[in-house]
Design a protein. Structure first.
Length: 501
């Protein structure tokens, strides 16, 4: 595996994720966890949901594997041209439809808002403002996918920082100018478009620097037809996974005001380790295993190294988030209109969400494997089952314990999906005894640190940042002493972070 690529991706993603948390903290400061923030998050969630379907998952699961096959056949440039036209045309159509039928879409996503006409109409207006983000971010995702093809991981991972900066600056300016959370809300919505444009523009010069050749020769290209065939199950696959988000939003719209915001604030923190290391490892593994499969070579080593490294990097976050959720939420969000009640509720949601970190991260590697093999039926089957499990538990747990049950249901669904993906991938991947031994060591060390070490340092009443730093300083040397190969390679990633800073 290209460990330098993981380090490069992680360093850039760290910057982006920190700015993402600052973005969320800015919104929490201006809007709090209120009906205003609920309206914004529902409005932004709608184009963001389509972005996941048309942009990021399509690029990682369909564009990259198919490009290598087109390149092998001498049609890589034509394939990129056809894919770019398709991406821009289809997302423009959906943007127009989204703005036109915003009222109906908001009704489907958050029917509970209809009991409050002001909140409902506010959400409709914000949806119309934010929907063009779909077109902008889809173009950005295509550019990022091209850079990933060339093994350039740093720039696509850093580019979302531009989006975050766009929202932060626009929101702050709006609040300073108007002095009103309600009026500033529309600046936050406009900031989504400003950020989306900056995201795409940031990547353009780097694509030009690589001298990428894109030829527009129409759509009659065999590999483009393969791309479309693969895209359909990718859409279904992503649709299954995002159906749970739709259902959770729908259910939360009937719960007390602020529920959607509590879940969103916690979800953003949960996504930090997934974005840093889960997506980082899978992004770096994907081109390598796709190229090996295209050449009829065995990608088992790349897959298992990715699983081991992803487990090592993400499992500690589960321990830290459970041990000190309030400390984390307090540092990031508790200021301005974000009060004590919001702190308690967001912390509870984060604890339940944290169980999804590891399964979400490792699942991405197995998904890349199946899509590279042009086998989308297994992921679709798995996600259909996982989605059904998630929805059933969402309904039951929301009735029993309220909004936090939706976070717990998400984790249960993620664990179900990983278990099924591993079951189907197991016969197709060559594994060694060391793979199981290394993963067992990682689990044991994390359990020991959680039950023995974290209570001690937490009892010292240090800041949560110091707690996490001390945990990290102890964690890696213990794994190195136990001869976990990935622990030594972590030092290589750290050295890469220094070289790219």
């Amino acid at each position: 595996m290209r460990y330098r690529g993981v380090g490069s991706f992680a360093s850039a993603t760290l910057v982006s994720r920190i700015l993402g948390l600052i973005r969320e903290s800015t919104i929490a400061y201006i809007l709090g966890a209120s009906n205003l923030s609920d309206a914004f998050y529902v409005a932004f969630r709608i184009p963001n949901l389509l972005r996941d379907i048309f942009a990021e998952n399509a690029v990682q699961s369909a564009l990259i594997p198919t490009y290598f096959k087109a390149k092998e056949n001498g049609r890589g440039e034509e394939f990129l041209g056809a894919t770019l036209l398709f991406t821009l045309g289809s997302t423009l159509l959906f943007t127009i439809l989204g703005i036109t039928f915003a009222n109906l879409i908001v009704t489907l996503f958050a029917y509970g808002f209809r009991s409050d006409p002001f909140k409902f109409q506010l959400t409709v207006k914000l949806t119309k403002i934010t929907f063009p983000y779909l077109w902008l971010i889809s173009f950005a995702a295509f550019l990022g996918g091209v850079l990933n093809i060339y093994r350039k991981f740093f720039v696509p991972a850093l580019a979302p920082s531009m989006f975050n900066l766009g929202v932060i600056v626009t929101a702050i300016v709006g609040y300073r100018v108007t002095g009103s959370p309600l009026k500033a809300l529309f600046f936050v919505g406009a900031g989504v478009l400003v950020g989306g444009g900056l995201h795409a523009l940031f990547e353009v010069p780097f694509v030009l620097k690589e001298r990428v050749k894109i030829r527009f020769r129409g759509f009659k290209i065999p590999e483009f037809n393969s791309f479309l065939k693969l895209l359909t199950p990718v859409f279904l696959n992503t649709g299954f996974t995002r159906l749970t988000l739709f259902v959770n939003t729908f259910i939360a719209s009937f719960l007390r005001g602020g529920s959607i915001s509590y879940l969103n604030f916690a979800f953003r923190i949960m996504q930090l380790p997934i974005g840093l290391f889960g997506v980082g490892v899978s992004t770096v593994v994907n081109p390598d295993l796709s190229e090996k499969i295209a050449k009829n070579e065995d990608p088992s080593r790349e897959i298992m190294e990715g699983v081991r490294l992803s487990l090592l990097l993400t499992l500690p976050f589960l321990a830290i988030f459970i041990a000190d959720a309030k400390g984390i939420i307090s540092i990031i969000y508790q200021r301005g209109h974000f009060g004590t009640v919001a702190l308690e509720n967001t912390s509870l949601a984060l604890i339940f969400y944290s169980f999804a970190i590891v399964p979400n991260s490792i699942s991405k590697i197995f998904l890349s494997f199946f899509f590279a093999r042009n086998n989308a039926s297994i992921p679709n089957r798995v996600f259909a089952i996982g989605t059904a499990v998630n929805i059933i538990f969402s309904v039951i747990l929301a009735l029993l314990i309220g909004f936090s049950g939706l976070a717990l249901a998400t984790s249960i669904g993620s664990l179900t999906q990983l278990g099924l993906l591993f079951m189907y991938a197991n016969p197709l991947i060559s594994k060694e005894r060391e793979d199981y031994l290394v993963m067992a060591k990682i689990f044991v060390v994390n359990l020991a640190l959680f039950f023995l070490f974290l209570p001690v340092i937490k009892g010292l009443r240090w800041d949560v940042i110091i707690d996490s730093a001390v945990f990290s300083v102890v964690y890696i040397p213990i794994l190195m002493a136990l001869r976990v190969p990935e622990a030594r390679k972590i030092l290589h990633i750290i050295s890469t972070l220094k070289s790219t800073s």
